[in-house]
Ligand binder design. Sequence first.
Ligand code: URA
Length: 433
Amino acid sequence: MRAVDIIEKKKKNNPLTKEEIDFMVQGYTLGEIPDYQMAAFLMTIYFNGMNYDEIANMTESFVKSGDTVDLSRIHGIKVDKHSTGGVGDKISIIVIPLVALCGVPVAKMSGRGLGHTGGTIDKLESIKGFRVELSPEEFIENVNNYKMAIVGQTANLTPADKKIYALRDVTATIDSIPLIASSIMSKKIASGADAIVLDVKVGSGAFMKNLDEARELAKTMVSIGKNLNRNTIAVITNMDQPLGHEVGNSNEVKEAIKVLSGQGAKDETEVALTIASYMCLLGGAFEDFDQAYKELQTKINSGLALEKLKELIRIQGGNPEVVDNPDLLPKAKNTFCVYSEVDGYVNKIDAELIGVSAMLLGAGRKTKEDSINYGAGISLKKKIGDYVKKGEVLCELYTDFDNVEEASAKINDAYTIKDVLPESKPYVYEVIK
Ligand code: URA
């Protein structure tokens, strides 16, 4: 086989065999195929797409390129969840204790934040003592004993995807549905999931800017799951503005605590309960979505959900007192306000710009090597549909820096305020099974 022939074949829009895809993926990972040939190959996929069989084969090839996590010693159906990335997305912290409470094992592997999006691991590390590096034995033992554990991603999971993603980043081939779908699903499958619930975000803060694209990505990922025998459901959710009111690590932990105590914002409560309900369904805890949703609401109202979060924090070495006293979480030194320059209704909040502002305040990383300030972040005082008067506070900014000019300017740009009320949109658009 020769790489050039495979590139030529895809250039002419002919479907590739499993062996041809494997030849390209493994060859590139081993350094036998150079960047320029992989770049050309990725561009042919960008323009000509791939059919569902090709995408499943690409996913399997990514999985095979590295280690896989063996969760067979965990009893029950292991259901994972994945969000395609948003701003203020603290859904994982909310669903882990909820799903575990229903008896479904949650063996979660999560990532760190980069750029405008945050990562669950960073958020949890804002809790003093919380350990995200557990030995495989401790991880499995915790899931068997408590039905939940969370760790950072291990180093050698899907190295092919890691190398190809870096090349996509500099060859303008990130926004290709077959490439995104195989990249995401390979990591979930390599992490040992039996079943997967995907939270596909659509809107200004998401990869997918419109519903048609989000639907196509969701369908593609569900088809990979079916092809590779992993029961998969995708929930398409709104990311036209940050989820909830809080962005930033300790800020988001505080807000997750609120949701689990029944005091959460409507948007993230609905998204979290929907994702958790489908995880419970795939895990076999309930037969019907409405029954699962109701039961999860009961777990919140009874206080059990908060107790389970405390347990998660305690078993991973963190200080569980933060649940009753969130003021124990790290705080930044300074608070600044961004004020509205006009009267009107908030029509849009560009989530990506809010995410970038949070990063500038110290809550996120520009590069992987940057350190973060757990107390830095943004609290959105006005959200889409709210009326605001000139001079009223739009957002509070928390940071150790003394100058927030750039972040404030971005927040002002993020808000679109008009005389008319905007059309209201659902929090959850569609479910693809
Ligand atoms: N997230 C991933 O893991 N991969 C992509 O290609 C895009 C988003």
